[in-house]
Design a protein around this ligand. Sequence first.
Ligand code: PMP
Length: 431
Amino acid sequence: MEKTHSEALYKEACEHIVGGVNSPSRSFKGVGGGTPIFMEKGEGAYFYDVDGNKYIDYLGAYGPIITGHAHPHITRAITNAAHNGTLYGTPTKLESQFAMMLKNSIPSLEKVRFVNSGTEAVMTTIRVARAYTGRTKVIKFAGCYHGHSDLVLVAAGSGPSTLGSPDSAGVTKNIAEEVITVPFNDPENLKKALDKWGNEVAAVLVEPIVGNFGIVEPVPGFLETVNQLAHNAGSLVIYDEVITAFRFMYGGAQNLLGVTPDMTAMGKIIGGGLPIGAYGGRIDIMENVAPLGPAYQAGTMSGNPASISAGIACLEVLQEEGVYEKLDYLGSRLEDGLNNIIKNHTVPATVNRLKGALTLYFTSQKVQNYDDADNSNDVLFSKFFKKMLNQGINLAPSKYEAWFITTAHEEKDIEETLKAAEKAFDEIEKE
Ligand code: PMP
């Protein structure tokens, strides 16, 4: 596969941009190095790079692109919004319209606030939980990534663990000491932590379905136990639904699983591909936020008409009949196909899938927590990733990420992907 233009652009980017990328997960450090491909155009399920190569895309921009690239309804909404001015700094009708859409689909959001990224959304839920409870500590689960604010860059997964530095330099010891980390899917350890520090814990923060050490579902009863233990200790429960909101159904993972947090952070899909974040929850908690309450949070870009219009348009597409059934169906085809390939090869691998999202781990063990994912084989993943890329299949360059199917993918794309995966496994087995 021709890469000369990507190589030249990467070289140039490295001269001007730190590491040549504007988010570390875009580098190929997690797959043993190499030149990231510079994409030029996205259309539906496909990407076209600067060297004229075509790819089937499963990166989905790390989650937001659930309707495929450049969906016409969303593109129209963005251009219409731009014609009326991209940023006002005043309230607009659109913001309430979108807030209502979110509230109607995720009932625990009694009040919401729009911000500009998942990082901001999670960071603020923690501040508000601290304001509400008067406590300082936060419990999070090992390997869950909650953005790059100081407090949650402790034992974070996704980008940070790919780079082998779970604790970022520049995050002070004092801050890290406010965070207690326990393994996901392990109620016993959560109980121990709350028995010890319970009266200091403002919130237990959790991805209700993990997306950041691959797709990992909670074991039955786990989230109910999180609620019970946290509430018994007087702590709040915050769901980080930045990946999961509108990913698996029209609504949140909380709707799918029948569990209710006190606060929720969102992002990605709800911006239809433009920058956004949102947080919300119980009225008595949310009323602590400025201008009503003492917890300060603000944003020049927050609720801008372009992002809100894109978000509304994206949710409108997701309301169409059969959308989530299609994602689930294509997900099951991909999972079955991969499992068949695994069965016919000696390469150790396992698939975790929920509806239109899955992760292929190079391990024969079940993956239920971060250590399981971390123990999967880096070298095999790197080989697989590069072999898929060379056959025109774009995956995330990290063993900790998910493959996201979009409404634009079709059965023929899945078949082509499986053909490429079969060839990759054949070659890896022979090496
Ligand atoms: N929470 C989760 C669960 C995420 O996956 C991410 C991003 N990968 C974030 C928070 C941070 O979102 P953003 O990159 O928009 O700041």
